[in-house]
Design a protein around this ligand. Structure first.
Ligand code: DGT
Ligand code: CA
Ligand code: CA
Ligand code: ZN
Length: 576
């Protein structure tokens, strides 16, 4: 948690320096330090205790001192000094697409715009176009971008929810006020974003458990505080470092109703309504306390008991969306869903050769430490200029390095690939004789997002039909809270992929989750093979596989349908 807190402060310092227009060199060093801290696998508090802070790559003496200050006193005076120069909402303006530090400074100092709300009001009143560099079109774009920021803020990315849930459950367990604690709700169903976090617990001393919950770090407000339910608002930093808040509900259950509560509060609502109707038809009553015949409880201590009373197999939480799963459970036809331990590797991994932050060897080592059998390195191709794409020569020049790594170890394989841009008409960014030299090819759209559906679909279908292309990367290119999907006939794309033997990706970057679960299920039904990848740009991102697999489970995928759950030999056949 400390690593992230400091990273967030450092990146805010960089933002503030940028807005003030002072010392770009210093701002860059804070930005770089923030990224280092985010991807640091060790706990920064340990490094301070052992006097090893200056060993963090990219962190010089001045920044090491600030880290030590923060860990020992909880404050960075330099940060407080800068912060005092800004109205609280000004930094939020940077979240609006199209607004960089220079524009924010002008808006703030010339128009007195100090937060998103005043920005929105000014754009609606057409005040912005009076300022140099802003026009009618900019006003429209800014209004739309504010909406997207607000949409994005309303829900929390699954990966961030997981860190919140893990933090809460660990602390509550360590405090020993609860005998049992687990997250339910949309988090347990692994939705790509969650509205609020629902935590269930069993406690002998309910008041003590409730009090411990209210005192959790990050709690900024207690909204309700009762015997069975406590509700708080918690502040957190999202995976990109922005400060946000989320509501967390704690429900304290009776041990006899644990399974009933877990079932009820996991939802979804539609799934629960259907179960309750089934119970009623059998003359039973079903609620968050159990299943009852007359006044007698006949199930409720375990979740299995809730389902078995209705003659249903236990249904994995990710499937509980009333999409036909209850029929399958009634007839013993539930699929055996892919699980995290089934995953043998990750195909979508960037290095500092393009826009990743770590060298190839570091990413390989991190993948190996996850227990994988292989990792696919897929840096950007030359046309991806914003991502520092590599020329064909640069891409091929890494073959020796990879061969050396593969000679060193028998139980781990590095596959050298590319995330190759799909060009305007569906051609690939590298010529075929370059693509054929690489172990695999992910084809992705990074440009021309606004093509009409027919043209866009034809472009992507052409790309997946290229015999060297193995995986279609982040197929819709949507980014939650930022950019909608491209116009695409996904059914045509799925058909083309299935026919050409090209896999299609679930990109588990928290903001992408692309394909989403619904689309991935459609792809499965069309006969596609799915590759679940993290699109990692730092070794810390490899953990996102958990959420990609969660999404795959929501899509009802089995291990047989997931490319990177296959044995390496079978994967090699597929790539050939
Ligand atoms: P979220 O928080 O918007 O991402 O979605 P959920 O599914 O976590 O929804 P939430 O937090 O409102 O409630 C958690 C679960 O509790 C929900 O999935 C099902 C159950 N639940 C809540 N209210 C009702 C209700 O009125 N009827 C039924 N049957 N179930 C409910
Ligand atoms: Ca919830
Ligand atoms: Ca809730
Ligand atoms: Zn990409």
């Amino acid at each position: 948690m400390r690593n992230e807190e400091i990273a967030t402060r450092f990146s805010e310092i960089a933002d503030m320096l940028d807005i003030l227009g002072e010392d770009t060199f210093r701002s860059l060093s804070y930005q770089r330090a923030a990224r280092q801290l985010e991807s640091l696998t060790e706990n920064v508090e340990d490094l301070v205790r052992e006097g090893r802070v200056d060993q963090i790559p990219g962190i010089g003496r001045a920044l090491a001192e600030k880290i030590t200050e923060y860990v020992t006193t909880g404050r960075i005076p330099y940060y407080d000094e800068l912060r005092a120069k800004f109205p609280p909402g000004v930094l939020d303006l940077l979240k609006v697409r199209g607004l960089g530090p220079k524009k924010v400074k002008v808006l703030w100092q010339e128009l007195g715009i100090t937060d998103l709300d005043t920005l929105k009001a000014a754009a609606e009143k057409h005040l912005l176009r009076r300022v140099k560099g802003f026009g009618e079109k900019t006003e429209e774009n800014i209004l739309r971008a504010i909406e997207l920021v607000k949409e994005g803020e309303a829900r929390t990315f699954l990966a961030d929810a997981a860190r919140i849930v893990d933090g809460i459950t660990e602390r509550m367990k360590a405090g020993k006020t609860v005998e049992r604690i687990e997250a339910a709700g949309s988090f347990r169903r692994m939705r790509e974003t969650v509205g609020d976090v629902d935590i269930l617990a069993v406690a002998k001393d309910r008041a003590a458990a409730g009090a411990a919950f209210e005192r959790l770090p990050g709690v900024v407000e207690v909204l309700a505080s009762g015997e069975t339910k406590v509700v708080v608002r918690l502040e957190y930093h999202d995976y990109e470092g922005s400060r946000r808040t989320i509501q967390v509900d704690l429900r304290i259950l009776d041990p006899d109703s644990w399974g009933a509560g877990l079932q009820y509060f996991t939802g979804s609502k539609d799934h629960n309504i259907r179960l309750r109707t089934m119970a009623e038809r059998r003359g039973l009553k079903m609620n968050e306390y159990g299943v009852f015949r007359d006044e007698k409880r006949i199930a409720g201590d375990t979740e299995e008991s809730m389902y078995s009373t209705l003659e249903l197999a236990w249904i994995p939480p990710e499937m509980r969306e009333d999409q036909g799963e209850i029929d399958l459970a009634a007839t013993g036809r539930l699929p055996e869903l892919v699980e995290l331990p089934d995953i043998r590797g990750d195909f979508h991994v960037h290095t500092n050769a393009t826009d990743g932050t770590e060298p190839l060897e570091a990413m390989v080592e991190a993948a190996r430490r996850r227990g994988y059998a292989f990792v696919g390195i897929s840096d950007h191709s030359v046309s991806a200029t914003v991502a520092g794409g590599m020329t064909a020569e640069q891409a091929l020049s890494r073959r020796d390095r990879v061969r050396a790594l593969n000679r060193e170890s028998k139980d781990f394989t590095v596959l050298l690939g590319t995330e190759c841009d799909i060009l305007d008409g569906g051609e690939m960014d590298y010529p075929d004789d370059v693509l054929k030299e690489l172990d695999f090819v992910i084809a992705s759209v990074h440009s021309r997002f606004t093509l009409p559906e027919e043209t866009q679909t034809a472009r992507i279908v052409a790309a997946v039909q290229n015999p060297h292309v193995n995986i279609l990367g982040h197929p819709t290119t949507r980014q939650i809270g930022w950019r909608g999907p491209i116009q695409l006939d996904l059914d045509d794309v799925f058909k083309a992929c299935a026919k050409a033997g090209t896999a299609i990706e679930i990109d588990a970057d928290p903001r992408r989750m692309d394909l989403n679960s619904t689309q991935a299920r459609a792809a499965k039904n069309a006969g596609c093979t799915i590759s679940v990848d993290t699109d990692s740009h730092a070794s810390g991102n490899l953990v996102w596989m958990r959420f990609g697999v969660g999404t795959a489970r929501r899509a009802w995928l089995t291990a047989a349908e997931v490319l990177n759950a296959w044995p390496l030999e079978k994967i090699r056949d597929f790539l050939r």
